[in-house]
Design a protein around this ligand. Structure first.
Ligand code: 4FD
Length: 233
């Protein structure tokens, strides 16, 4: 999987994604991160890529030309890539979208700054408007990094087999059950007895109960959906 990220802050993308699990996936050749600096495609000698909006109003917009040139630079070497524009006005990103995107060979992620990008170039190149949630950030870089991370961990080999197995588990649609590691007692608080029992059937039952309780408490929306799908109601 190749991520091509069009941005004014390529160092931010690289510093975020070349660490930890995604960084190791790059080293293993399982994914690549191609951070393309839109400023390199500025037409003027000052490297300006923004201007005032027609019709007035506060703020600046990224101009169409440097964005289009950066896109062409990347897209000319790829067949029919999806182009994701990170915007608060997009479709909400979720695990299902991450799974769909993980089937692609290449993804182009377009990061806006200021008040966004001239609509004409968006109409020409963007295939998907994507939002990571109902809030506004200073730029699309963090959303692009969120998407690259969530998609990368679904690429075969990026996670260890233990980690990836958890994902397809019995608890799909519920929040994770609580987990504990050593020591057995921390500041007077013991690990639940059942987890030390070695009784696998009881452990499974306890974990499922805990997952249900936690989902009901923290995510009543998911709990209702789970109960409808499992005929319990
Ligand atoms: N919720 C998100 C994406 C981008 C962003 C921007 C128009 C502002 C939040 C286009 C206005 C991009 C999100 C940059 N903030 N800020 O996914």
């Amino acid at each position: 999987m190749n991520f091509h990220i069009l941005t004014l802050f390529p160092e931010m993308i690289m510093s975020g994604l070349m660490e930890s699990i995604t960084g190791r996936a790059v080293e293993k050749g399982l994914i690549s991160i191609n951070a393309v600096n839109i400023r390199d495609f500025a037409g003027n000698k000052y490297g300006h890529v923004d201007d005032y909006t027609y019709g007035g109003g506060a703020g600046m917009l990224m101009q169409a030309e440097p964005v289009y040139k950066a896109y062409k630079h990347v897209a000319d070497n790829i067949t029919n890539p999806r182009v994701l524009y990170m915007t608060p006005q997009g479709k909400r990103f979720d695990q299902k979208m991450a799974e769909e995107l993980s089937k692609e060979k290449n993804l182009i992620l377009l990061c806006g700054h200021y008040e966004g990008i001239d609509e004409r170039v968006l109409d020409m190149i963007v295939t998907d408007h994507v939002s990571i949630g109902d809030f506004v950030l200073t730029g699309g870089e963090l959303p692009a990094m969120v998407i690259a991370d969530a998609v990368s961990r679904l690429v075969p080999g990026v996670l260890g087999s233990d980690e990836s197995a958890v994902y397809e588990s019995f608890y799909d649609g519920l929040l994770e059950y609580p987990q504990y590691t050593r020591p057995e007692e921390f500041m007077g608080v013991k690990v639940p007895e059942v987890l030390l029992s070695g009784h696998h059937k009881n452990i499974e039952k306890w974990r499922h109960e805990q997952a249900l309780l936690r989902t009901k408490e923290r995510r009543p929306d998911l709990y209702e959906k789970y109960m409808e799908e499992h005929g319990n109601k």
